[in-house]
Design a protein around this ligand. Structure first.
Ligand SMILES: Nc1nc2c(ncn2[C@@H]2O[C@H](COP(=O)(O)OP(=O)(O)O)[C@@H](O)[C@H]2O)c(=O)[nH]1
Ligand SMILES: [Mg+2]
Length: 481
């Protein structure tokens, strides 16, 4: 059984403590280089060493001659692709479903042969077939790096969530490193100064004023900032608050802000429901990273053992279909596309639902346009897609994910308001957390748009997207380095 990335984090060991403040203490102890033996620090280092040694042994075993076969590879067999001259020439819609062959299913599903849509003219764009034959799905595993500060930090974050050293994977360590690196710019502008200000003396109201300014600069938003500071001020009125305690409180408050909409949705971790048709619409303005996010999601789903299909619903830009096809190829995921000009995206979605049903596909990812001639056109198109989904697949579990570019900061909030109605949003994916100092916008989204953040992207690579975990996000945002 493939490791289910969508459910990562749900495997907390029963009976182990909830995320605690030891993480601040450990980090502070390490920072200060305390010469006195510190029980907490020793424990955490021992945990990290044990996890590292186990992962190293595991990796050595896996890189031996009996390599574990990657999950979910669709073998590329270009000769099975339908050639344009073989297609029936009738009707006016031209839908190309590429690729359509799957000779061997690794998900226990029947072997599928290509089935053409009877009512549609099939047209395959030649460049797509060429692109497919060149690429191999990118499903290889990340490699374990050195036992360094990043590993130790990642281990602390996993241990603080109640994980056992013998249950962590290289993928998790790799992702936490990516997340921490991705948030570096936000951290540099925000945390470094903050931690210096927190210093070693108890918190003062000046320190809190400075904190307020920093939170606002990182695009955390007025509401979330007020909420976090209120709690700190309350505590300061009651007692002297030491810096470690203050930092812990701040992290707790910020995590809670992110958790409120997640709790309200009733779904703590968004994952496709196995044995069901799941349809996830990916919406947002032009250039925010919709197609990239969808491509990364296709990879994550394939790695996690979900059979996946992509609907190329951005028919507005000629290059968009080609772009999504390349992403599909990278994970061996079939793409249903219409290569004719001004094709109707709702028709593409209609065809994808039919194809997904006949194959027993778990997850359909729908790419959409971010710009049409007018905003009204765009919203109408999204509504039409949504109606098609609701009508054609009433049994499906539908998610409507708004993609927001973190570097656009508070602009994202306006975009959310515009899309909320047309697309009936259920969640948010935040992209481009790397390369921006506005990573705090995740908090503004949670407190002001009130939608759960489901995924975060922190880079352009295929592995640079993961399900959102608020504890890890805040730890990465407020990490010391
Ligand atoms: N640095 C970085 N770039 C990203 C990320 N996600 C997407 N991009 C880039 O943003 C640009 C626009 O992405 P695209 O998916 O085409 O946006 P769309 O118009 O919304 O579909 C591309 O150059 C992507 O490589 C991310 O998480 N980090
Ligand atoms: Mg796109």
């Amino acid at each position: 059984m493939a490791y289910d990335w969508f459910k990562r984090g749900a495997e907390r060991e029963p009976g182990l403590p909830k995320p605690g403040r030891e993480i601040e203490e450990q980090q502070e102890a390490r920072e200060a280089g305390t010469s006195e033996p510190n029980v907490t620090e020793d424990d955490s280092l021992a945990w990290a060493r044990e996890a590292y040694a186990r992962l190293k042994t595991q990796q050595r075993a896996e890189s031996g001659p009996t390599e574990i076969e990657p999950v979910g590879i669709f073998k590329s067999q270009p000769e099975h692709l339908v050639k344009p001259e073989e297609m029936p020439a009738q009707a006016d819609q031209s839908i190309a479903e590429v690729p359509q062959q799957q000779t061997q299913s690794l998900f226990g599903q029947p072997v599928i042969q290509h089935q053409e849509h009877p009512q549609q003219t099939q047209q395959v764009s030649v460049p797509f077939t060429a692109a497919r034959s060149r690429t191999e799905p990118e499903l290889e595993k990340p490699v374990l790096g050195a036992f360094d500060d990043t590993f130790a930090w990642s281990a602390d974050v996993l241990a603080a969530q109640g994980r056992l050293a013998n249950t962590v994977s290289v993928e998790e360590i790799d992702w936490l490193g990516r997340l921490r690196r991705g948030l570096e710019k936000t951290r540099r502008g925000f945390v470094t100064g903050l931690l210096e200000n927190f210093g070693s003396d108890p918190l003062t109201s000046e320190v809190l004023d400075d904190l307020e300014a920093r939170l606002l600069r990182a695009d955390v938003g007025v509401k979330a900032t007020d909420h976090a500071l209120q709690a700190l001020r309350r505590r300061m009125n009651e007692e002297v608050v030491e810096p470690v305690e203050g930092l812990h409180l701040l992290k707790q408050q910020l995590t809670e802000i992110l958790e409120v909409p997640i709790r309200a949705s009733g779904v703590s971790l968004l994952a496709p429901v196995r044995g069901h048709l799941n349809i996830w619409l990916v919406v947002g303005v032009n250039g925010v990273g919709k197609t990239t996010t969808l491509g990364k999601l296709a990879n994550l789903a394939t790695r996690s053992g979900y059979s996946t299909m992509i609907a190329a619903g951005d028919t507005f830009r000629a290059a968009a279909v080609q772009q999504v096809q390349i992403w599909g190829d990278r994970s061996g995921v079939p793409v249903v596309a219409n290569t004719s000009n001004n094709a109707d995206p709702a028709a593409v979605v209609f065809d994808t639902i039919g194809a997904a049903r006949s194959r027993g596909t778990d997850l359909v990812l729908v790419d959409t346009a971010g710009r049409l001639h007018t905003k009204r056109n765009l919203m109408e198109e999204l509504q039409k897609i949504r109606r098609t989904v609701d009508r054609q697949a009433p049994e499906a579990k539908v998610e409507s994910l708004l993609v927001l570019d973190a570097s656009q900061g508070q602009n994202g909030l306006r975009q959310a308001a515009a899309f909320a109605q047309a697309a009936d949003l259920t969640g948010v994916a935040i992209t481009k957390l790397d390369g921006t100092s506005r990573g705090g916008v995740a908090l503004a989204v949670a407190s002001e748009v009130r939608l759960p953040i489901r995924f975060i992207g922190a880079g352009e690579g295929i592995l640079d997207l993961r399900p959102f975990n608020s504890f890890e996000f805040i730890e990465a945002l407020l990490a010391r380095h």
